[in-house]
Structure formats: structure tokens, C-alpha cells
Design a protein around this ligand. Sequence first.
Ligand code: NAP
Length: 306
Amino acid sequence: MTPMNNVTTGSGIASHQAATQTALVTGASRGLGATLAEFLAAQGYALVLTARGPEALAEVAAHVRRHGHPVTAIPGDVNDPRHRRALVGAAHGGLNLLINNASDLGPSPLPELAHYPLEALEAVFKTNVCAPLGLIQEALPRLMRGGLIINLSSDAAVGGYPGWGGYGAAKAALDLLTRTLAAELRGRGVGAVSVDPGDMRTQMHERAFPGEDISGRPLPEVTLPFWAWLLGQDPLSVSGERFLAQGDTWTLRLPAQPGRPEALTSRLPASPGRPEALTSRLPASPGRPEALTSPERAQKALREAV
Ligand SMILES: NC(=O)c1ccc[n+]([C@@H]2O[C@H](COP(=O)([O-])OP(=O)(O)OC[C@H]3O[C@@H](n4cnc5c(N)ncnc54)[C@H](OP(=O)(O)O)[C@@H]3O)[C@@H](O)[C@H]2O)c1
């Protein structure tokens, strides 16, 4: 039995176990994917990383290798079944974590549905729905009991915002796949969750708001407290849920503890519209997770949350 086989249902995938665990992250060459790669490497995960652009991917891989754990970077398109096979094949001892993070926003500026080019819509669904499911199907034989599938969603999946219909519909479809997979895979001891990371200052966000100043949006590091929390959970206890990384019911599950920032134990103020976007748009205020408004504070909150 390999050390990974010791990771059983109910044990969770806490970071202290991570030295023998393997994670596959798509879209790892920049933005949230690169942040996740760095975070997981720091937790001791062996990594399989992918994105289409080889240079940026190699750069991220070289950077995270300094943590001393194996990193395999395979450039390619997640829409290519042979590439998906190669990615899973690189996880020699099995997979504990599969993160479907790569995504296609679609045309920019975002077209209204009345004029949405259908070929572009097909491409968006292919990358955001079919490719993640294809990778999950490919990975299932290697996903260990106690493993977790994480599919990156968006507030657009529930928002109905003008212009966001193509991308949002694909993310909504991915959410439903995730919830269904959670039910179907429970017996195998594999969990599946959707995560809406919230607004982040990335290339995708720039494309979504062309010509707008997005410098006020937080960097992807703002989500680190959430990832630290999630990876400490028993995958089956969270399976089927949809989380908002920048503040959600997950913060309510943190046990109250002296010294823990109140920010992490209180709910975000409700607001009409897009409550999850609040953390990136509103100034810090009492009761609002101040921890989530800058990478430095996120790092601090991360240390205190785990
Ligand atoms: N940024 C936000 O505000 C925000 C908000 C809500 C949800 N999200 C979600 O969060 C996730 C990460 O977004 P992000 O903002 O970090 O995006 P990003 O900065 O644009 O990064 C996307 C990553 O995916 C890779 N990628 C794209 N298409 C690919 C394909 N077909 N095959 C392989 N790799 C591919 C890109 O590299 P290559 O181009 O080189 O392939 C890059 O590494 C996405 O699922 C997104 O929908 C983001």
C-alpha cells in the first residue's frame, strides 16, 4: 500500500498529510491557478500543472519547485483528450486533488445573448464544461478515496448579468455537474465542490472589463484563507457544496477562538445583487472581513485560520 492509500474517507486532506499527496491544477500559468500551485507546493503537494502557453507555465513550475516537491508541467489545451490523458498519467501514484481552474471567458467585450456568436458559445461550453468533465472522467480511476474535485465557478453562474450569459451559463452547467458528481461519487469516497473565487485582478478579469481600471480588485491571494480552510475539511463533509471563497458560510464554520480575527467568524453583510463581490469593492469596515481585502491581510488570516 502506498502512503496515499492511507488517506481514507473521513480523514480529510489536511495540510499536515500533504507531503504524500498529489494535486492536478489546470490553468496554472497565471492568475488564480498560479496562486493555487504556489500554495499547494508550500503545503507539500506534488503537482501536475497545465496551461497552453509553455513559457509562463514553465516559469510558474520553476518558481514552485523551490518548495522541494515534485512538479510536472505539461503545456497543452484541456480541450484535447490526449492532453487530459497525459496529465492524469503524470500523477503516477494517484491523485488526491483535481482542480478544474482553466476557463474561457468568451468574446471580449462580453456580447449580449441576442448577438452571441454560437461558435463562441460552443467554445465556452467546451472549455468550461466538457473539458473539466473529461478530465474528471479520465482522472477517476486514479482519484484516491478521500480525494476532492474542485471546479471553479463564478458569480456569473447565478447572476443573470447582461453580457455574462454565455460564460455564466457554462459555469452554471459546471455547478450542476459538480453537484451531481458529488452524489454519484460519494460511494467511491471522492468529494466534489464548486468554488466561486470572487472578483480577482487577473487577465480574465481585465478581458471582462476592457478599458476599465481594475486596480482596486484584490489579487488571487485574497482567496488563500478559504483554500487553507477547505483543504483541512473531510472532502465528503463538504461534497456537493458551492463556496464563495471571498466570504461565505465557510467562515461561519470556523470555531470561535481567542485571537482569531472576528472577520473570519462573521458573515459578510448582506447586499442586494452580488454579495460576494463586496469584499473586493468596498472599503474595510467593522464586521467585514478586513482579512480579505489585500494579499498581505489574506496571508495573515491564512496563518490564523489554520
Ligand atoms: N478573475 C476573476 O475575477 C474570476 C471571478 C470568478 C471566477 N473566476 C474563475 O476563476 C478561474 C481562474 O480565473 P483567472 O482569473 O485566474 O483566469 P486567468 O488569469 O485568465 O488564467 C486562466 C488560466 O487558464 C489557462 N487556460 C485557459 N484556457 C485554457 C485551456 N483551454 N487549456 C489549458 N489552460 C487554459 C490560462 O493559460 P493559457 O492561456 O496559456 O492556456 C491561464 O493559466 C476561472 O475558472 C475563472 O472562470 C475568475
